[in-house]
Design a protein around this ligand. Structure first.
Ligand SMILES: Cc1cc2nc3c(=O)[nH]c(=O)nc-3n(C[C@H](O)[C@H](O)[C@H](O)COP(=O)(O)OP(=O)(O)OC[C@H]3O[C@@H](n4cnc5c(N)ncnc54)[C@H](O)[C@@H]3O)c2cc1C
Ligand code: FES
Ligand code: FES
Length: 468
């Protein structure tokens, strides 16, 4: 059974298959076709809807892709679609701003943009170009261009207006709190017990990877265990030594903490997929899917992260180096799951993290190559180095030969050139539609050279994101 709030009413669904997406439900079962299906793979944002859930005595609004969200994830939440915005015959002011600024032509993308702008306005921040670009990073428009849409965003943020959702906050909170708890696990212990008893079930955290099996490969996933309702898996805590990230914490919640500790990790996360996907996707899913082009793997390897794994009542700690076994193969045993990702905090002021993502688009694109370099220079000599790449092998992998060429050597061009040659011993990349093997190898070497130039002549601006 799934219960959620929509259009002021609690809906109870008892017969839905667990792998029904919110988009399928809206368009097919609820007759709400305002939410569009463009790509069904998280790339276009036409299906953007907003989920609201209690946060203290108020509501937190966030965008998600309805095409990638399975129905169990909306249990106990308010589902807001574009149909809900019009009130007493009047357009919502977000919709009106889109009209006023001529920000819609064919209109196919428009409901998605409207929902992203609606969630942006609910954050009640002053207008900021970068922040708005991030909020819209998962919405594509082919007709209008982004200038009028940005103008609409600016108008909305500069003159926010209370709406029917603000007026209804208390009633909405009461209704959401009256919804009975999830049939899905709500504690880590319940999850551990259930997964051990049914190890053939598929775990679903954000679903931003798993849902593609349904929408792109037309597979059925009859046995799903949702991690969405387990508060203990969403905690992010800092100790003196480490950052502990719950495996099901949404990436958008991890971003501020990681940005503070490792600014370049934060910058990478701002380019990780789109706002909608970051609101759903998790590091647990990113690591467990063991994708060779996932962005979490290389950075976490360079930072020396480890995983807390759990099977039933047994827990074990495993360095991430030992987790990826082969193409999409991991060290997870049947019934075992990732409980936490642990990242050592850096105390040495001289230790730096550099992260480089090379993709065809700046936002909402998967890496062709991703490099992460943790390095410390003492008296001109490399005193510590961990380098890892994504997109260069069948798994995210450290560059052991390259590291050996650098460690203990003077941090100078000649050393870097030898380290570049060593990358040929570390990796034999493949060609695919993202990049050729030659390109990948050349880019990997150039990223190491770039790291050296950035560190030795910081006045040289090397990144588009820093000078455009
Ligand atoms: C349009 C688009 C853009 C994307 N862009 C990027 C990008 O820029 N960079 C990038 O790295 N990835 C990207 N991805 C991939 C995906 O969004 C990320 O890998 C995300 O972090 C997956 O997390 P999730 O919680 O959604 O995983 P899910 O889909 O929920 O799960 C993925 C897999 O992990 C398993 N799993 C989940 N949690 C656990 C756990 N705690 N323990 C054990 N197994 C678990 C699931 O059973 C499943 O097999 C993109 C995806 C899309 C659709
Ligand atoms: S339909 Fe394109 S992102 Fe969902
Ligand atoms: S108005 Fe046509 S795709 Fe945006």
């Amino acid at each position: 059974m799934i219960q959620f709030l929509m259009n002021g009413r609690i809906h109870t669904e008892t017969d839905l298959p667990a792998d029904t997406t919110v988009l399928q439900y809206l368009r097919r079962d609820a007759g709400r076709c305002g939410t569009k299906e463009g790509c069904a793979s998280g790339d276009c944002g036409a299906c953007t809807v907003v989920l609201a859930e209690p946060e203290g005595d108020t509501l937190k609004y966030r965008t998600v892709n309805a095409c990638l969200t399975f129905m169990p994830a909306i249990q106990g939440k308010q589902l807001i679609t574009v149909e809900d915005l019009r009130h007493r015959g009047e357009l919502h002011h977000v919709q009106q701003a889109m009209v006023d600024h001529h920000a819609s032509q064919c209109g196919f993308c428009t409901p998605g943009f409207v929902m992203s702008l609606f969630a942006l306005e609910k954050q009640k921040n002053a207008f900021d170009v970068t922040h708005t670009q991030h909020a819209l990073s998962g919405n594509l428009c082919r007709c209008t261009g982004y200038r009028p849409i940005m103008a609409a965003a600016q108008a909305i943020c500069e003159a926010p207006q209370p709406d029917q959702f603000d007026a209804d906050t208390q009633r909405t909170l009461e209704k959401l709190r009256s919804i009975s708890t999830s049939e899905q696990p709500v504690t880590v212990e319940q999850l551990a017990e259930r997964y051990l008893a049914e190890p053939d079930s598929r775990l679903v955290a954000g679903g931003t990877d798993l849902a593609l099996e349904v929408t792109q490969r037309y597979q059925r996933l009859p046995k799903l265990i949702s991690l969405s309702h387990i508060a203990g898996l969403k905690e992010i805590t800092l100790t003196g030594q480490a950052i502990h990230i719950g495996a099901a914490a949404p990436l958008s919640e991890c971003l501020p903490v990681l940005h503070r500790e490792f600014p370049e990790f934060g910058e990478l996360l701002e380019r990780f997929a789109s706002q909608q996907i970051r609101n759903q996707g998790t590091f647990g899913g990113n690591i467990a899917n063991a994708s060779p082009i996932g962005d979490g793997g290389p950075v976490l390897l360079a930072l020396g992260a480890s995983l807390l794994l759990r099977c039933g009542t047994q827990q074990r700690k495993l360095p991430l180096d030992q987790f990826f076994l082969g193409y999409r193969k991991t060290a997870l045993q049947p019934g075992e799951f990732i409980e936490q990702i642990r990242i050592p905090r850096v105390t040495a002021a001289a230790r730096q993290l550099r992260v480089y993502k090379v993709s065809k688009r700046l936002e909402d694109d998967i890496s062709a190559v991703c490099a992460a370099i943790q390095i410390e220079i003492q008296n001109g000599v490399v005193a510590h180095v961990r380098i890892a790449f994504g997109g260069m092998a069948e798994v995210a992998k450290r560059a052991a030969c390259c590291e050996a060429q650098l460690l203990g050597k003077p941090w100078q061009t000649a050393t870097v050139e030898l380290a570049c040659q060593a990358l040929e011993l570390d990796f034999t990349p493949i060609s695919d539609f993202r990049a050729s093997r030659e390109y990948r190898m050349q880019v990997a070497k150039n990223l190491l050279r770039r790291c050296h130039i950035e560190m030795t002549s910081p006045e040289t601006l090397m990144r588009v994101t820093h000078y455009v």
